[in-house]
Each structure stands twice: as C-alpha cells, then as structure tokens.
Design a protein around this ligand. Structure first.
Ligand code: XMP
Length: 326
C-alpha cells in the first residue's frame, strides 16, 4: 500500500461527529507512534500547524515542544495569539523566538523577490535548526502536511518554500493530517476547540508580509503593510466577509505620490488592496465588493496608517496577475 495515498474508505470529514471520530483515531495512533519520546513542531499559527499542535497536545502533552518563530513578517496580533492560545489556554511547551531584527537585517537592501523569498526561507530553517539543537532527546518532527501538499508535491507550497533540515536533524516524521483536505482540517480544528479566526484563517504565504512590502523592505513601509492589513481584516469581518472571500490583503509599493492632508501637501505611499476568489489558487478573480466597504477602507487607511495618502484597488484576475505582488 502506498502510505501517501488517502485510504479509499476514508469518509470526507464534514461534520463534528466525523471530526471527533478522526480525532480519537489520531490520538490513539499518535500515542502508539510516539510512546514516551519527544516531538518538535514548527508552529506558525496557520490552521494546519495549529491543528497538528492541538492534536499532539491532547495526545502527548508536554512531550511536544512547539517553536514559534517571529520573523517580523507576521500579521498584526499573530504572535500574541499563538502564545495566548497554545501557552495560555492549552498549556503547551511553546518556545517563542523573536527573530525580527535578524530577518530584517538580512533583508535590508534586498529588492529581488526571489532573493527575498530565499533569504526568508533559508533563515527560517537556520533559526529552527538552532532551536532544535538547544533541545535534548527529540525523536520526532511533526508537520502540518495536508493531502493537497502530497498531491501537488510540485505545487504552490513546494514551489515557493525552500529548504529542509540538515542530516543530523532528520527526525522521524509525524504527519497526522496528511490525508485531509483543507476544509476537513478546518472541521477538525473547530472540533478541537481552536478559535474561529485561527480555523477559518485565509491562506498566508510563508514569507508573510515580506512579499507585500514591495522591493527592499523597510521597517516603516512594513508597518504600513501590517497596519493596513489589520484594518482590512477588521472591516471584512465587520461586513461578514470573513471566510467568504478567499484571500484579501494589502500591498505597499516602493514609490510615492503627492497628496493633501490637513491643508498641507504630502508625498507618501499608496496602499494597494487585493481581494480575490479562487478554487485552487491557479486562477483567481477579483472579489466583487460593496462600494460602501471600499470607501470605508479608503477613509480608514488614509487617516490611520502613517505615511499613506492614497488607496488603489487591484482588480486584475490571475492570469495575468499572480495573487501576490511578488
Ligand atoms: P500566487 O501569488 O503565486 O499565489 O498567485 C498563489 C497562492 O500561493 C500563496 N503563496 C505562497 N504560499 N509560500 C507559500 O506558502 C510562498 O512563498 C507563497 N507565495 C504565494 C499566495 O498567498 C496564494 O494563496
């Protein structure tokens, strides 16, 4: 039997009852696989790694160590939520690594998108490796691999994300959700009691806000991306669009235009809004949204985000544009 093929008899997990049955089955399997040994997990706070963390906490408790790396390119409030949910509520062993300066220093002056991606991916592996070496007696590495990652091993995640751990850190893998589709992961996450904004989180690229702060990343422009993204998410939630629009985010390019604020001339950045719907991220369409929401976003972003005087809406489908700007 191919251990990377979803069993044909496996029912689609669409209800809380099926999710609970899956959870019970996985807890037994995880306990059998892990025994009294230790497991390490890179916990980004995305739905896949969060579900794996929650399963492992239930199965083996303190035998799990989660490592959350803050590379400075996370969305507003994300590291805080990971700490609150996993350390605060679930009492997990969670090592929080503040690597913000380290990443931003490495990225300073780098404007080529592929080079930026590579630096972020390689540095992430390096930080994780250092954390792994600090821990004694780890036998297993848990991963939030899901079925589409296996089916499209040359697909989007594999295509964009680089690297792997060195030979002396090749632990045995624990992949409890590797046969699940994304919608099933969300049903399981809900059944495990994870908060809705974690379970229904939109896709977020590994290099994070780094590919939305166009060209060479500067701290002030990165802050403008983070603050405008937070406003966008807040307004989409208020308009009941959370979980309805597939992906929505802001981009801050590295050019300025003239404007006026409080009777004075300004020379500031624009914020670009992109909101798309898609089935598989291979093609995508601009989401059609109310003009009231657009106006509200323009008003809030131009008044609340420092260094911004204009808002642009990107209505380009994929193709010809990709979803992200870099
Ligand atoms: P594009 O921009 O290629 O994006 O149309 C398609 C989907 O992939 C996400 N994306 C990434 N995901 N690492 C990831 O894990 C990355 O480097 C990366 N780049 C893009 C993007 O957000 C969209 O959902």
């Amino acid at each position: 039997m191919n251990s990377n093929k979803r069993p044909e008899t496996m029912a689609r997990i669409a209800t809380p009852e099926l999710a609970n049955a899956f959870i019970e089955e996985q807890l037994a399997a995880l306990r059998a696989q892990i025994g009294d040994k230790k497991v390490l997990l890179a916990l980004s706070g995305g739905v896949d790694s969060s579900v794996v963390a929650a399963l492992l906490i239930k199965a083996v408790g303190k035998q799990l160590t989660c490592v959350h790396v803050n590379h400075g390119l996370l969305r507003k409030g994300e590291p805080e939520q990971v700490i609150e949910v996993f350390r605060g509520q679930m009492k997990a062993n969670l090592n929080y690594v503040d690597a913000v300066d380290r990443f931003l220093d490495k990225l300073a002056g780098v404007s080529d998108p592929e080079q930026k991606r590579h630096i972020i991916g390689a540095e992430f592996i390096r930080v994780f490796e250092e954390e792994a070496r600090k821990l004694d007696g780890i036998s297993f590495l848990a991963q939030g691999t899901i079925y589409p990652d296996i089916l499209e091993s040359d697909g989007i995640k594999a295509h964009h994300n680089v690297g792997g751990l060195p030979e002396d850190l090749q632990f045995e893998l624990v992949e409890p959700i590797k046969f699940l589709y994304k919608d099933e992961v969300r049903v399981v996450g809900k059944a495990l009691g994870l908060p809705d904004n974690m379970v229904y989180r939109q896709p977020f690229p590994g290099p994070g806000l780094g590919v939305r702060c166009i060209g060479a990343i500067t701290r002030d422009r990165l802050e403008a991306v983070r603050e405008s993204d937070a406003i966008l998410r807040e307004e989409f939630a208020r308009y009941g669009l959370e979980g309805k629009v597939w992906q929505y985010f802001t981009v801050v390019p590295d050019f300025k235009s003239t404007g006026i604020k409080d009777g004075k001339r300004t020379y500031d950045w624009p914020v670009i809004i992109r909101a798309v719907n898609t089935v598989d991220a291979v093609t995508a369409e601009c989401a059609e949204l109310s003009f009231g929401l657009m106006q509200m976003l323009v008003a809030r972003i131009t008044s609340e985000v420092h260094g911004v005087n204009r808002v642009l809406w990107d209505i380009t489908p994929k193709p010809s544009g990709t979803i992200e700007w870099e």
